[in-house]
Design a protein around this ligand. Structure first.
Ligand code: NIG
Ligand code: FE
Length: 433
């Protein structure tokens, strides 16, 4: 029938992550024989099914023999602060001496020390410092990343962070969603006046950045060392005026009722959640707000209280997993290790961790065009040299990525070898060459 596709991946095993099946991993196409295929054109999935059922006469500009390797959606990291200046290794050393994260913040360090370094950096310097972090994530099959502002805390510096995030999308071939986290900490110039700072964000900063098209969502830090629910509520009302969805750093160090607040605003996600109450769980379930679990911060801060995973499961709250990559509480640039930590520290299953870094992460960003493999979805894929998808959450410091496909364009560890294959006239590319 003369199909002409840009790309055809053959002889794969496929974890679709769709909810079509009851099994959490969705239809594991060709799981036993490695006989599934996916065809891509125009950056989207056009056909998916058994290799043996490919339409007669189907052809593609490039065909790849996956040799039974596993295909999943490209990984999606739905909570990062990957753009920032400097680092906080000196504070890490203080914490090793027994000083707490909160105490360091109260002493004027913490977020505020990264604010100093970030305010001093140009957009180019922010891009240069952040690119290697993002490159490490991309090397593990990441295709979409959320990036927050929140280390500028004034209009010009927040704008530079958000511009750097957009530049990184271009240079790193990743899809970037930006969140405005102006309410991350009270900056020095507003010391002791958090309400006045929130007013300033609402009146002078948010409207400008929203108008400049730099923001996809509005986030805040609701905590004793940051902002109250009343202050965050005012900011969220303002976000609604610009049609921006909201999300929140909630119940990370104490129960402030932040999850219920974000649910009240029909928010996309409540993130961290170690101190989440049962009423918070119920509010999230009712609103369809995603629980974003950040085990990197739990581990790095040596937290002992775990998020109420059983209650979230029981209530049917979708659970995403993210790195929370940031210089203070989670200097983590490995989505795969975040999946491992979610299993080991929080008790997720390996399948829940994979869904948390794909389908549920897309949901946490309000995106329905990615995170699963189905006809019509973006062709953002990862091909893995593993025998079972559970190996993705099992390994620590192990990266089994064979290929990454971003909007239909193939990249990966073997892309250089691909040219050698093409020069030899063999059109079939094997990830194990
Ligand atoms: O997600 N909780 C607030 N914000 C970050 C930490 C930021 C920092 O310490 O620089 C977080 O953990
Ligand atoms: Fe965070």
């Amino acid at each position: 029938m003369g199909n002409s596709w840009d790309l055809l991946l053959r002889r794969a095993r496929i974890a679709t992550l769709t909810e079509a099946d009851d099994a959490l991993l969705g239809a594991e196409l060709g799981a036993e024989h490695g006989d599934a295929a996916i065809a891509v054109a125009g950056g989207h999935i056009k056909w998916i099914g058994k290799d043996s059922a490919l339409p007669a006469g189907a052809s593609a500009v490039r065909e790849i023999d996956c040799e039974g390797a596993w295909l999943t959606p490209g990984l999606i990291d739905c909570h990062t602060h990957v753009v920032y200046g400097g680092n906080r290794s000196h504070e890490f050393e203080r914490r090793l001496e027994g000083i707490s994260y909160e105490q360091i913040a109260r002493d004027g360090g913490g977020i505020r020390s990264t604010v100093k370094a970030t305010r001093d950096a140009s957009v180019e310097q922010l891009v240069d410092q952040s690119a290697p972090r993002l490159a490490r994530m991309r090397a593990e099959g990441l295709t979409t990343v959320e990036i927050k502002s929140g280390y500028g805390l004034d209009l010009a510096s927040e704008r530079r962070m958000l511009r750097a995030a957009q530049w990184l999308a271009e240079s790193q071939h990743v899809s970037v969603r930006t969140s405005f986290l102006g309410a991350h900490a009270v900056p020095e110039e507003y010391a002791g006046q958090p309400d006045a700072f929130i007013d300033h964000l609402i009146e002078d900063v948010l409207p400008v950045l929203a108008d400049e098209g730099l923001i996809d969502a509005v986030d805040a830090f609701c905590e004793t060392i940051a902002f109250t629910t009343e202050q965050v509520d005012r900011l969220f009302v303002a976000a609604g005026k610009y049609g921006l969805p909201v999300k929140l750093h909630a119940e990370q160090l104490s129960d402030q009722g932040g999850a219920a607040l974000v649910a009240k605003h029909q928010g996309l996600s409540a993130d961290h959640l170690e101190y989440l109450s049962q009423s918070g769980v119920e509010a999230m379930a009712k609103a369809g707000t995603v629980a974003v679990l950040l085990p990197g911060a739990f581990y790095f801060l040596r937290e002992t209280q775990r998020p109420p995973i059983a209650a979230l499961r029981q209530a049917g709250v979708p659970m995403a997993v993210a790195t929370d990559c940031n210089p203070g509480s989670s200097p983590l640039t490995s989505p795969l290790l975040a999946m491992n930590l979610a299993c080991v520290c929080f008790g997720l299953t390996a399948a829940e961790a994979l869904a948390g870094m794909t389908r549920e992460a897309a949901r946490a960003l309000g995106l329905d065009d990615r995170g699963t493999l189905a006809v019509g979805q973006r062709a953002d894929l990862a091909l893995w040299n593993v025998d079972r998808p559970a190996e993705l959450a099992y390994g620590m410091g192990h990266n089994p990525l064979a290929l990454r496909v971003f909007q239909g364009v193939v990249e990966g560890p073997m892309v250089d070898r691909q040219h050698a294959v093409e020069d030899s006239g063999d059109p079939v590319l094997s990830p194990r060459l």
